[in-house]
Structure formats: structure tokens, C-alpha cells
Design a protein around this ligand. Structure first.
Ligand code: HEC
Length: 735
């Protein structure tokens, strides 16, 4: 048993003064929830009252999503279009990991709590910026191989003196808000299966609600609620049916979901994991959860003969008290492209104008912009589709039929049915992924980070279960000599931008390009008429919320993927953003001794004069990595390379990128640049023997033969020589 379990013996924290104001029901208390603001530093004295009334306490950022509705909107306006030019760095703190940093801080009772890669938690004093405590759940680094998309974490939840974190290895841990000591911990998953947790726990009326990920591998999705004080399980809701020979856990699995599946999906779990988006509506007392893609992605191998495969890729309304199903809306029936609907979900009131066909008026809605590229507005109470329009140039469907609520697909996109490889937009990363969007009730606009992409999807001739890695059932290349069809006639160009989206008119109002076209980034909006968002080029920017005009920018020395938070220190507005993602912005050198990607928490205030160091402190300097492409000569035959290409697509592309070119933000290196290409023994150490398993590179000795890994090596050498030739051609002076 690992050492950290010892700390379970630590007693629950002493009950803090003033907690009586924070009852467990949303209606119980008449005391002002704001009163608890006077609590001691680090009290995290949050109860239902304070969460529901979070808008009356704009000086705190009580939930990672800003408020229960996850609007990421702040009423603070000291920093506004006029004053923002005086915004400067107040303080920063270096982070001690070099993987992706995706969390939004929670700021309450004088303390900022954030999570970093590897599910570590840090608490800072917001007055001094000093670290109060840090907690490391000591994850076995080999677990990183089960994390499809880096060992990230999106933040904590605070409740009744405790800080809750979901840990990559499937544990849910409650920490004492003042000391960071473990109060309780619970294993929420079967540790023999490749489940992971990267999402934020949500807390509703004393229950901590947490989902998990792993649908790229072989798991069955579910979300569980635990008693926040004891860790005892309250309810669990499964998103896909289990073995049909056994009783189903929930009536809707049997009545609604089961008839939409074929084959033997349950043997690989079926997927549908709930790894990110959730929102709570305290008025309707409904929690909305988003479900993920199927396992395997390719429907031909998951549910031969088709079917909607409920509740994959759906927004589902649940009773937070019991976990009972209320309604669902499926965004991508029979999904086959990894089009999850776990993206951020938001609850809002929209004021519809009167038209010739409707009298208009206020409607309580749920909004989501999932991977598939449509923006959905649903009635929060009934789940009825109000509208669905493209927010990006997708090519898998023409539109959503408003009467049936179903997408009208472009037939060539369904490579699993046609048997013909197809280029489809978006690619698996989606037109919008986990990167938080924001909504301003003042402008009525949603601020949405868009990442346009497309990819080849092909059905390999057969599907074999991979017990160590991904099970997508997809070939990411059409194969040597095969030309894929292009769904929708043309693939859109890869680009990233931030849009302001009118959710009533369902159209884009303004757009600003992301300086670096690769990848998304999180967003926040304020009453100061400002939208704050970073980018992969190493900038943190503010835009006029009405026009999109850039009004402020500050260098971050790191890629920014997380979303900001805002709060006050002694009445003065400040803004915090966690930075760092795989690699460094172009032209940036390393300046953080503890993090190769310059991971830091940056805090800004009006008149702030702190500066980031220009270079690495000398004492700890480690040279930044510069790489030159230098592959060995290609000696293998065309057949060997072709075999390697197929095997690469099946076993390596999920991490190392389609055709060996990793996507931006990918956790795995570009193998074309690897020094290991120069020696079969070196190669085999990583690829067969698992030398780097602790760093997230699984060994393949039990899943691939030596000949197969040789063929993959030949293919990567081929790709490296292609790239070298392309670079040489580009470097030649034009005649
Ligand atoms: C689950 C994701 C994942 C899969 C699947 C995967 N890799 Fe990796 N691979 C990684 C990561 C992460 C690293 C970086 C490890 C490190 O930091 O040393 C890596 C590193 C490597 C390296 C070392 C590169 C260098 O120069 O340091 C090689 C070679 C490699 N992978 C080959 C492969 C091959 C071949 C396959 C398919 C048979 C494969 N990988 C599948 C994640 C993956």
C-alpha cells in the first residue's frame, strides 16, 4: 500500500466558525452567505448558500467554472476598457511539472487553490503570492500511459473547509483547506482498467460528483456522487448499457439505450466517459453532464449494423440528489469520429425577441459547443432542442434537422459504412475541446475558442483489441497509394480563433485569430467589457467584449491553454492565469528551472510592476532543447514501409500523431526527430522494453512482434527523410 494512505488517519478538520450559515440545502438558511467571507485565511468555508449566491461575492472565484452555471463571467469591472492599459504583473510562482497545465484556480477566503499536471494541488496566499501548502498524490508515473491526452487536471472544488481533487489514477481526495492534509480518499474506478480522472469535481448539496475518462482505451463511462464529508458513495449513473445478459443498473439503460446497440460492445466497455463538462441549475435542481465517444471509435467495430448507441455523445440531465435520469439530447448519434459531448456545458437565461411565429421572452437554456462543430441551445427543463447551428466549417453533416433534432450526415463522412477512407472535419480533437468558453449576460454573447481541423478516417481491415493502448479501430491514413475521399468536397484549413457567438441569432458576431493556429485556449469575460484569453504563441490578451478589439496583451513565456479567473485582494481586482503546455512558444527559451515548458501561475493587477525573468537562473541552467532533423538513410523496402505505416496508425498515431506528425499540444514527441532512429537497440528499448513507461511511453513487447516494430521503425525513418527533404527544398534560395 502506498505511503500516502497513511494520511487517511488525519482527523477531519475542526468545524469552522460561521459554517452554520452554509447549510446543505439551497433554501435552508436566512443568514447572509456573504458573512462567511470574514472567515480565516484558508477556511474555504463554502456551503450551498454561498455557492448559489456566488454572484453576490464577485471578489471570490468560488468554482473553477466561475459559478454553478459555469458561465465564467465576473461582475468585477475595475479592470475595464479604459483602465486595462495599466494592467501589469503583480506576482508569479513557478510550477514544478513540465506537462500541460489546464486548471482554473478557485479563490476563496484569501487563498488561491489550483491543480497542476499529475493532479498536484497548490494553495497560495493571495496577498503575498507565497505558497501556503502543496499536495502531491504521488501517482505512479506509469499511469500516464492511460491518459489519452496528457496527465492534466482542470481544477479543484471547495466545500465546508475542504478542497477536493480528482486524481489521474481514479482517486477522489478531500484535503483540509488550511493544511493540505488528506481528510479522506476514495478509489472511484477499477484500478485494473485504464480509467483516468482529469475533470473538476462538482459539489451539489453536500455531494461530490466526479466522472472519468478512458474511452480511447476500453472502459465504460459513469459519473458518481460521494458524500462530501465521509466519501461514502451516494449514487452512480452509467452512460452506456452493460452486458445485455445481465440486469441493467438503471431503467433508462434497458428501456432507451439498450435497443440502440448491436454486437458485443460491453466487452470493451462501450466508452461514453464523462471526463469534463458539467453544470448545475440550482433553480431547477438539475445537474447537466456531457458524455464522451464510443469505444472503439469506429462504429463498425463497436456496434456492427449501426444504431444511435445511447447515451454516447449526449448532454444528459440528472437529479443531483439521486442520480436519476431526467432527459438526454444526443449530439452525434452512432458517433464514429471521436465526437464527444463532454465539452463545457453552461446554463443561462436568454431573452428571445418576439417574432412573427413566437412571442419571445426569457428562456432558461443549456448551451454546449461540442467537438462536432454545432452550437446547441436546449431547453434546460425539458432538453428540447431550441437551436443548433455550425460554429465552424465541419464536413460530417450539412445541418441539424430542427424537427427530429438529428444531424443530417454527409454520406462520404461515414467511412465505417462506405468502406472508403475519408477526410472529415473536424479531426478527433474537435472544433472545440475542453477549453472553457464564457458567457456574458451583459453582452448576451458566448465567447468560444474554436480550433478548425480535419483528419483522415479509415477502417483498417480488421480490429484487434489492444490491452495496453488505444482501441480506436481507426486508421489515420488511407494507406500507401490510396486517395481518401474528401467529405463535403473540401477540407477547411487548420486554424484557431476566438469567436463571440450570439446564442439567440445563432451566429458569429466577431472573430480574432489565434496568433498560433494550433490549439485552443480557455476564456473568461467580465463586467469591465473585457474578454481574457491566452494563446499558444505565449500571450495573455484582453479583448473588447463587444467588438473583439485587442486592448491589452502581456507575454507569458509559455503556451496558454487554461482559462483565467478574477478576484479581489482588499477590494482591488486581480486576474490569475495558469500557463504551460507541451513545448514552448516559437522563439521562447526556458526560464523556469522546474519546468521545461515554463509552467507558472501569473497574477495581474492595475499598476503591477513585476517582470518575468528573461533567462534561466544561472545556477540551475539546463540548455533548452534545439533539434535538427537527422535521420539515417532509408534502406527498407516499400512493402516494409507500408506495413509499418499501417501498424503505426493502429498503435502509435493516437499519441505520436497521424502520419508521425503530432498535433499541437500532443504529449508525445515528434518521432521523426528522434535520435533513437539510429539504432534498433535504442529504438527497441523504448518501443519494446518499455524503458520509458514511467514517462508515458508504453512498451509494446507483448502486443507487437519484433518484425512489426522493425517495420514501424522503417516507416518513421521514411517519414523523417521526407521531412528532411522538404526542409532542404524550402531552405534552397528561390531561383
Ligand atoms: C499512450 C501514448 C503513446 C503511445 C500509444 C505511443 N507512444 Fe511513444 N511516446 C509517448 C510519450 C509520452 C513519449 C515521451 C516519453 C519521454 O518523455 O521520454 C514517447 C516516446 C517515444 C519514443 C522516444 C523518442 C525519443 O527520441 O525520446 C519512441 C521511439 C516512441 N515513443 C515510439 C513509439 C512507437 C513506435 C509507438 C507505437 C508502437 C508509440 N511510441 C506509441 C507516448 C506514446
Amino acid at each position: 500500500m502506498r505511503a500516502y494512505l497513511m494520511s487517511l488517519a488525519v482527523a477531519a478538520p475542526a468545524l469552522l466558525l460561521g459554517l452554520s450559515a452554509c447549510g446543505n440545502t439551497p433554501t435552508a438558511s436566512t443568514e447572509s452567505p456573504v458573512a462567511s467571507k470574514t472567515n480565516a485565511v484558508g477556511a474555504a468555508a463554502i456551503g450551498a448558500e454561498r455557492l448559489i449566491a456566488s454572484n453576490s461575492e464577485p471578489g471570490s472565484w468560488l468554482l473553477a467554472g466561475g459559478d454553478y452555471r459555469e458561465q465564467r463571467f465576473s461582475q468585477l469591472d475595475q479592470i475595464n476598457e479604459t483602465t486595462v492599459s495599466g494592467l501589469g504583473l503583480a506576482w508569479y510562482a513557478d510550477i514544478d511539472t513540465e506537462r500541460g497545465q489546464e486548471s482554473t484556480p478557485v479563490i476563496v477566503d484569501g487563498v488561491m487553490y489550483l491543480t497542476t499536471a499529475w493532479s498536484m494541488v497548490k494553495a497560495y496566499d493571495i496577498h503575498s503570492g507565497s505558497l501556503l501548502w502543496a499536495y502531491d498524490p504521488a501517482i505512479d508515473r506509469a499511469k500516464g500511459a492511460d491518459a489519452c491526452c496528457d496527465v492534466v487536471n482542470r481544477g479543484v472544488a471547495a466545500w465546508n473547509g475542504k478542497i477536493y481533487v480528482g486524481v489521474l489514477d481514479g482517486r477522489l481526495i478531500a484535503l483540509d483547506g488550511k493544511t493540505g492534509k488528506v481528510v479522506w480518499e476514495k478509489q472511484t474506478t477499477d484500478t485494473t482498467l485504464p480509467y483516468t480522472i482529469t475533470g473538476v469535481p462538482r459539489i451539489v448539496k453536500g455531494k461530490v460528483i466526479i466522472g472519468n475518462g478512458g474511452a480511447e482505451y476500453r472502459v465504460r463511462g459513469y459519473v458518481t456522487a460521494y458524500d462530501a464529508e465521509t466519501g461514502e458513495q451516494a449514487w452512480r449513473w452509467y452512460s452506456v448499457p452493460g452486458d445485455p445478459a445481465l440486469p441493467q443498473e438503471q431503467p433508462e439503460l434497458k428501456d432507451i439505450a439498450l435497443p440502440t446497440w448491436n454486437g458485443e460492445w460491453w466487452k470493451l466497455g462501450g466508452g461514453g466517459t464523462l471526463w469534463d463538462g458539467m453544470a448545475y441549475d440550482p433553480e431547477l435542481d438539475i445537474i447537466y453532464v456531457g458524455t464522451g465517444n464510443g469505444t472503439p471509435w469506429n462504429q463498425k467495430y463497436r456496434s456492427p449494423g449501426g444504431g444511435d448507441n445511447l447515451f454516447l455523445s449526449s448532454i444528459v440531465a440528472l437529479d443531483p440528489n439521486t442520480g436519476k435520469y431526467i432527459w438526454h439530447y444526443q449530439t452525434t448519434p452512432g458517433e464514429t469520429w471521436d465526437y464527444t459531448a463532454t465539452q463545457p456545458i453552461m446554463v443561462a437565461d436568454l431573452n428571445y425577441p418576439a417574432t412573427s411565429t413566437s412571442k419571445g421572452g426569457k428562456r432558461r437554456v443549456v448551451m454546449q459547443a461540442p467537438k462536432n462543430g454545432f452550437f446547441y441551445v436546449l431547453d434546460a427543463k425539458t432538453g428540447k432542442l431550441i437551436s443548433a447551428e455550425k460554429f465552424a466549417p465541419l464536413t460530417w453533416a450539412t445541418h441539424v434537422d430542427k424537427t427530429t433534432g438529428r444531424p443530417v450526415e454527409i454520406p462520404e463522412a461515414r467511412f465505417d459504412k462506405t468502406g472508403v477512407a475519408a477526410i472529415v472535419a473536424p479531426a478527433a480533437l474537435g472544433m472545440h475541446n475542453w477549453h472553457p468558453m464564457a458567457f456574458s449576460p451583459e453582452t448576451g454573447l458566448v465567447y468560444l475558442p474554436v480550433h478548425v481541423s480535419s483528419s483522415t478516417y479509415a477502417s483498417p481491415p480488421n480490429f484487434e483489441v489492444n490491452l495496453k493502448g488505444w482501441n480506436t479501430g481507426i486508421g489515420f491514413t488511407a494507406g500507401q497509394g490510396v486517395t481518401p475521399v474528401v467529405a463535403g468536397g473540401a477540407a477547411p484549413k487548420t486554424e484557431a480563433y476566438l469567436i463571440a457567438w450570439d446564442p439567440i441569432a445563432m451566429k458569429e458576431v466577431w472573430r480574432v485569430p489565434n496568433t498560433d493556429p494550433r490549439g485552443g485556449t480557455g476564456v473568461m469575460v467580465t463586467s469591465g467589457n473585457l474578454v481574457f484569453s491566452g494563446n499558444h504563441a505565449g500571450e495573455f490578451n484582453a479583448y473588447d467584449a463587444r467588438t473583439g478589439k485587442k486592448v491589452w496583451s502581456s507575454p507569458t513565456q509559455a503556451k496558454v491553454v487554461a482559462a483565467p479567473a478574477t478576484f479581489t485582494v482588499d477590494g482591488e481586482q486581480q486576474i490569475a492565469i495558469l500557463v504551460g503546455a507541451r513545448g514552448l512558444p516559437i522563439g521562447q527559451t526556458r526560464t523556469v528551472p522546474t519546468s521545461a515548458n515554463n509552467s507558472r501561475i501569473l497574477v495581474y493587477r492595475l499598476g503591477g510592476t513585476a517582470t518575468l525573468p528573461a533567462e534561466m537562473p544561472k545556477a540551475t541552467a539546463g540548455a533548452p532543447i534545439t533539434v535538427k532533423i537527422d535521420p539515417p538513410l532509408l534502406t527498407a523496402s516499400n512493402e516494409t514501409v507500408a506495413s509499418g505505416e499501417l501498424l503505426f496508425g493502429q498503435n502509435c498515431a493516437v499519441c505520436h500523431g497521424a502520419a508521425g506528425v503530432p498535433a499541437a499540444g500532443s504529449i508525445a514527441p515528434d518521432l521523426r526527430y528522434s535520435a533513437l532512429l539510429h539504432g534498433r537497440n535504442l529504438w527497441n528499448g523504448a518501443v519494446r522494453d518499455g524503458d520509458r513507461a514511467q514517462r508515458g511511453m508504453p512498451g509494446f513487447s507483448t502486443t507487437l512482434t519484433a518484425e512489426q516494430t522493425d517495420n514501424i521503425l522503417a516507416y518513421v525513418i521514411k517519414r523523417a527523410n521526407d521531412e528532411k527533404a522538404a526542409q532542404e527544398a524550402a531552405a534552397k534560395p528561390k531561383p
